[in-house]
Design a binder for this molecule. Structure first.
Ligand code: ADP
Length: 310
């Protein structure tokens, strides 16, 4: 079942449509990466899902509830983390979380335990008594995430949760999100940084100028675009003849001879990665390293979003 369903969604600011008929679905328990350049309409779409902006037309449902018709029900099951943090600098971490626990109307007897749980999950237990303005940017992002977890939402809407973070802080956020995925949460996460989402998301959607330009698993998007993929291979019995035969394989675009390996470019719609391994064996190559390069999302993104502006 799709937990988030958006169909022909249009959202306007005044007379200008920022989201122009977007459709996508996020099945329950999946992590959907919502990718697009600045100004593409990610925040606007997420705000509509979070019931903060009214759609001009189209449908947006979360957990089966239509955002326009039952916004209260939607709010009960989502955790929305905006792209601006909005923390209160002078409070301690503990005070901040207790304040929001009260705002969520959590039973006072449960507050302490719930606050402890979210602090543990976001690895902030040691900072409980620190003032918010003393926290690093990464810790503040984690605190923001801790806040949206207070009411144990089934669905998380996270707007650029990893922006402006150093690599370590980004990895920490990623680890927490993996844990949340294991807990069965349905997660929509936006980013303009592509590779940030590649390892985390089960599906991605690419939006530009208010319209979806592609969606699916990374493999699907890659195949649809007919992009080349590089496979690094070390062959024990490399000869010029063998190289020539590899170059002639259907689906092989080019073979570069590098210092200690071959970089074989393949077109995956013609020759899948496993297919290449089979064909190399078939040619008598003795392979001792076979390593497909990570998906080149940047290329996919550039190809999909060329030259269009919001
Ligand atoms: P993204 O999150 O992908 O960066 P946004 O959803 O913030 O994109 O913006 C989409 C478009 O809507 C942009 O052209 C932006 O300038 C416009 N926009 C965003 N917020 C407002 C607003 N409050 N009033 C008018 N236009 C807005």
């Amino acid at each position: 079942m799709a937990f988030i369903e958006i169909e022909s969604l249009v959202v306007c600011y005044g007379r200008t449509a920022a989201v122009k008929g977007v459709s996508f679905q996020v099945p329950q328990g999946e992590v959907f990466g919502f990718i697009g350049p600045n100004g593409a309409g990610k925040t606007t779409t997420i705000k509509a899902l979070a019931t903060l902006l009214k759609p001009a037309s189209g449908r947006a449902r979360v957990g089966g509830f239509e955002v326009r018709v039952q916004p209260d029900r939607v709010r009960q099951i989502i955790g929305y983390m905006p792209d601006v943090l909005g923390l209160y600098d002078e409070l301690t971490v503990n005070e901040y979380l207790h304040f929001f626990a009260a705002a969520y109307r959590l039973d006072p007897d449960r507050c302490e335990r719930v606050v402890n749980d979210v602090l543990t999950l976001t690895d902030l237990g040691g900072k409980r008594h620190a003032r918010i303005d003393e926290l690093s940017r990464g810790m503040q992002q984690r605190l923001s995430l801790a806040r949206v977890l207070l009411n144990d939402p089934q669905c998380l809407l996270l707007d650029e949760p990893a922006s402006n973070l150093d690599p370590r802080a980004r990895i920490e956020i990623r680890e927490i999100l993996k844990e949340l995925q294991n807990l069965g949460k349905t997660i929509l996460i936006s980013s303009h940084i592509l590779h940030e989402l590649a390892q985390l998301c089960t599906r991605i959607g690419i939006i530009e100028a208010g319209r979806m330009v592609a969606q699916g698993s990374l493999e699907e998007i890659y195949r649809t675009l007919g992009l080349v993929r590089v496979i690094h291979v070390q062959v024990a019995n490399q000869t010029p003849e063998l190289l020539e035969q590899i170059r002639k394989l259907d689906g092989v675009v080019a073979v570069a001879v590098e210092v200690d390996r071959l970089a074989i470019q393949i077109q995956e719609d013609k020759l899948p990665v496993v297919g290449l391994a089979d064909r190399l064996h078939g040619l008598g190559a003795q392979i001792y390293m076979f390593q497909p390069q990570a998906m080149d999302l940047e290329t996919a993104f550039m190809k999909l979003t060329q030259g269009k502006t919001a």
